[in-house]
Each structure stands twice: as C-alpha cells, then as structure tokens.
Write a protein that binds this ligand. Structure first.
Ligand code: NOJ
Ligand code: CA
Length: 553
C-alpha cells in the first residue's frame, strides 16, 4: 500500500531555467533536467517541485504567467514536459508544479482583453475600482520594492488590484467563471501526470475584502472545491500550500482534511532560525508545543531555505534583530524589512558540522522536508543580483566554465553562475563532492535514504523531551512502525544528554554525525559533539530464532 505518499516524501524544489541547460542557449531546460534525474534519484529525494514552468515575461521569476496551459518555450515544449514526467516516473520520482492562480501577468491575454473593454468577457475576471481606493498603499507583500496594491490603468481608466507587483493583477475569485477556469487548469496538469501542486499565495486567493477594510473576510469554500476537484481527478494528488499566516488561522486552511493536505510550516521555520542563532532549542520546542494538531490526512512541510527570502516577519522585533545579527549582518543581505536573501551555507559561515546538523534537524522535525536545489552542495548567494534573485543562481555541477550548467559563453547564462571565492563553482560543485566521502553531498546521499527508513519522523506523533541541556533538541516519535529518538545539539560545545526518561531497554543508533560509543540502553549518558546529532531507534531487538518465512513459503 502506498498511502499518503507525501508523508514519507523528500521534496526537492528547483527552477528548470537554472538547473541544467541542454541546448547551449544559456537557459536551463527540460531535456537538461531529464539528464539530471539519475542524480536526483541517487540523492534520495522522492518528489520534485518545479517552480513555474509556464510562458512568462519573467519579471517575477515565472510567477507572472501568460498561459496556464503551456510550457515556457525557453525551457522546452509540452512534449518535453510529457517526456520529463515519463522519465521521472521511471525513477519513481513524483512531480508537483507551482499553481500560481492568485494573479496573472499583466501581459496575459485575459488581462489584455479585460483592460481594453469593460464589456469584455474577461473584464470581471480581475478586480477593478472606478474610484481611487483610499487604502491603496496598504497590504504590500514586497515593501520597499512595491509602491501600492491598486494601480491606475490608463487603458481601462480604472484602478486594478494586485497583492504583489503591479504587473501581477489579481484574479477575481468571487467570479464563478474564474473558479471554473482554475479547476480546468488543475485538471489539465493532473491529466498530464503531475502528482499535485505547490499552491502559491493561498491566503490572497481566499480574500473577499481588500487591505484596509475593517473586517477581513475569506472564502474557504474555494479550498473545499479545489480539494474536491483535485482528488476526484487524481485520488492521491497533493496540494502543498504557501500560507504564511498566524497560528490561529492555520487550522481553517487544513480543514478536516477536506481542504489543504499540506502546508509549509513558516512559524517553525522562523523559530528554527531563532534557535540556530541562539544555539538554544527552546524556540523550536515552543513552536512545536504551540503547533495545532492537524487532521489525519494533513501534513506539514518543513524547510530551511526556499526560493524566497527567509521571512522572519512573525518573530518579535528583538528576535528578528537577533537573527539578522547572526545571519544577515549586512543591510544588503536583508529584504522587505523582514527577511534575509542568503543561502543557508554562507549564513552558517560554511561550517560543515553546523550545516549537517541543520539538515539533520530539519529531517527530524515533524513533517516532510523540502530541500532547495544547490543546498545539498552548500551553494552560496550573489548579492549583486536583484531582491530574491541572489539565491537563484545556476546549479553548480562541475569546475568547467559556467559550472557545467551551460556550454554558452561565460556571462551569457540566464543568471550569472557564482564564480570565484569560497562559493564559486570552481570550489563548490557536484563533481568535486561526488569524489569525497566526507563531502556535504555524500552526507545528504546517506542521510536522505536513512530518513526514508525512519518513517516515524515524517508521520509519527512528536514529543519534546528534556535531556538537561537547552542547546539540545530531543524529540521522541511514535508511529505504528516503531519509536525513534532524535537528538540535535545546536551549540558548538560538546555535551552529554540524559534521555533515560524514554529508555525502553533496547536502542540502536541508525544515524549520527560521528562514530559514538555503543549506546547504553539506559540512555543516561548520550554524548553529543558540538553540532552533533544522533537518531536512535527505541525498543528494537534483534529477532531471535529463525527469520520469519518469506512469501510464498
Ligand atoms: C509567492 C512566491 O513564493 C514568490 O516567489 C512570488 O513572488 C509571489 N508568491 C507572487 O507569485
Ligand atoms: Ca536551454
């Protein structure tokens, strides 16, 4: 049985245009991605999340779409996409794609028609105001880079609403025609073979009121309908939603399992960065204890870095400042007054022990881990690039020109390849790490399959344990498959943890940062190196007697 595959998945997020260029035009493409599927399969990931793949003027890295039914010709054809799905399937890799339906590009034919004539059948597909909205400077998602949420359109002689940049007009979900069209989009890609979607900007799709209005209202029936259509068309399809909302609102998004099966855990992400900055596990424990319990089909997705800034907007001002000081000391590393536009490796000063600890920590937090391409080799950022593009540079495969990403002349790639210094492709690349058993890549290749052998972390119940050190996060997981204990030391100092409270008399270590002494089953004295971690299976005994008969006996 392959139930709830997403609870035991490892998701790898990538942007096709920066992953691998096959035809030498400097832009990553689907044939290039196909050529790297064996790499991804070996890494141990089980599901690929592709950032937007549709035709786009590319003013927001593809999150500005002009055709929901097509493939951006820069990355290939619909035929290439079908072939990619087939090749991924051959390797047992599922594929989910970004579903960006809160808005379109202003170049989308729907918007072009809508703005040209108030009688256009598409006019009411967008949100208009004849009068200047009084609150048009409220509710911006990209403060400092976005001036307003309503922009006057000369052609329409009216103001249109946009939660994001002014070239991304919001679709009007109050219009049943818009909902029906989006259902068609979902059905189309499911029919082609995707396993589901990463849903962009979920809260804004639901909003019935506009920023500044006194009583914000949302229509959650949109999620009910979307879930119904998605699961009707493909029973095991998953929608992984982006909803960076307050704790109390989260349960509404999950529903009883009838809305969103999966959501990114933004609150845990921010508390994890605070914990890493303080070398103190307490903020993570507090976040876990405050996490609402969710319905059985539902699941969290955990992440350290994604394709955007590290959004610290839900920390208190002092807490945010602590994280800024630790990981984004230079103002140019910060963004939108709330986040950090850096990759994980440079944030942790390239400290290999600390990086491994951070990934081991992520993999043992409740939920399904989502990893960003290039983080498995410790890629860095390019702060000379605009906003979030700093962390969207091409994948570094080899020490050949362009890091093996493309055969085009250097400097003509879709974005510059990071060159020179500690994070340049000459030093940080897949090939160099492939040859070394002590590399970050080899570590990830060992850890991810081990994680799959411990399904308790993804889907079991999780209980924080006091082991006598604030720097140590100790979590005990229980599932029908067994019990696990995960210990992670967030500090640089070695310590000895006492986990005797959860001793069951038998224990076996399944993964750790070091070759520790054999485990004493009392679990009283568990040494942890600075930034060390240990994954321990509890209650496990070597079966006595002959092995059970195999099928058919
Ligand atoms: C959220 C995405 O994560 C971000 O990258 C994008 O700019 C906005 N939504 C607009 O689609
Ligand atoms: Ca190409």
């Amino acid at each position: 049985m392959n139930e709830r595959w997403y609870k035991q998945a490892v998701i790898y997020s990538l942007d096709v245009e920066t992953f691998q260029d096959a035809n030498g035009d400097g832009i990553g493409d689907l044939p290039g991605l196909i050529s790297r599927l064996d790499y991804l399969s070996r890494l141990g990931v089980t599901c690929l999340w592709l950032n937007p793949i549709h035709p786009t003027p590319n003013r927001d890295d593809g999150y500005d779409i002009t055709d929901f039914y097509g493939i951006d010709p820069n990355i290939g054809s619909l035929g290439d996409f079908a072939e990619f799905l087939h090749q991924a399937d051959n390797r047992g890799l599922r594929v989910i794609i970004d579903l960006v339906v809160n808005h379109t590009s202003d170049e989308h034919p729907w918007f072009q028609s809508a703005r040209s004539d108030p009688r256009s059948p598409y006019h009411d597909w967008y949100v208009w105001s004849k009068d200047e909205p009084p609150d048009r400077r409220q509710g911006m998602v990209f403060p400092g880079h976005q001036k307003e949420t309503w922009t006057f359109d000369e052609e329409a002689q009216a103001w249109y609403y946009h939660r994001f940049y002014d070239f991304q007009p919001d679709l009007n979900f109050a219009n049943p025609e818009v909902r029906a069209e989006i259902h068609k989009v979902v059905a189309f890609w499911l029919r082609l073979g995707v396993a589901g979607f990463r849903m962009d900007a979920a809260p804004f799709i639901l909003e019935l009121t506009r920023p500044g209005e006194p009583e914000p209202q949302q229509d959650f029936s949109i999620l009910d309908d979307l879930h119904a259509i998605t699961t009707w068309r493909r029973g095991d399809a998953v929608t992984l939603a982006e909803a960076n909302v307050e704790k109390d609102e989260l349960l509404e998004y999950f529903g009883d399992g009838n809305r969103l099966p999966m959501m990114f855990n933004f609150l845990l992400n921010q508390r994890t960065f605070l914990a890493l900055a303080r070398a103190d596990a307490t903020p993570v424990v507090a976040a876990l204890e405050a996490s609402p319990s969710i319905a059985e089909p539902c699941q969290w997705a955990t992440f350290l870095r994604n394709h955007d800034e590290v959004d610290l907007g839900r920390l208190g001002q002092h807490e945010r400042d602590e994280v800024f000081t630790a990981f984004g000391p230079d103002p140019d590393m910060r963004l939108y007054h709330r986040g950090i536009r850096r990759r994980l490796a440079p944030m942790l000063d390239g400290d290999q022990r600390r990086l491994r600890m951070a990934y081991a920590l992520q993999c043992t937090l409740p939920g399904t881990p989502v990893i960003r391409y290039g983080d498995e080799i410790g890629m860095g950022e390019d702060l000379s690039l605009r906003e979030r593009n700093a962390i969207r540079t091409p994948m570094q495969w080899t020490d050949q020109p362009n890091g093996g990403f493309s055969s085009i002349a250097p400097k003509r790639t879709v974005r510059p390849v990071i060159t020179g210094g500690d994070y340049g492709y000459e030093k940080i690349n897949v090939l160099a790490q492939r040859g070394r058993s002590d590399s970050l890549l080899s570590f990830m290749e060992q850890m991810l399959p081990t994680l799959r052998e411990c399904p308790e972390f993804g889907s079991g119940t999780c209980e924080p344990i006091d082991v006598g050190h604030r720097s140590v996060l100790a979590l005990r997981f229980e599932a029908s498959t067994g019990s696990m204990l995960a210990l992670t030391n967030l500090a640089a100092r070695r310590c000895v943890a006492d986990a005797s409270a959860v001793s069951t008399g038998h224990a076996v270590e399944v993964f750790a940062d070091d070759d520790y002494d054999p485990i004493d089953a009392t679990l009283e004295n568990l040494t942890l190196n600075g930034y060390g971690f240990r994954w321990i299976r509890l209650g496990w005994e070597i079966p006595s007697g002959p092995p059970p008969p195999t099928w058919p006996s």
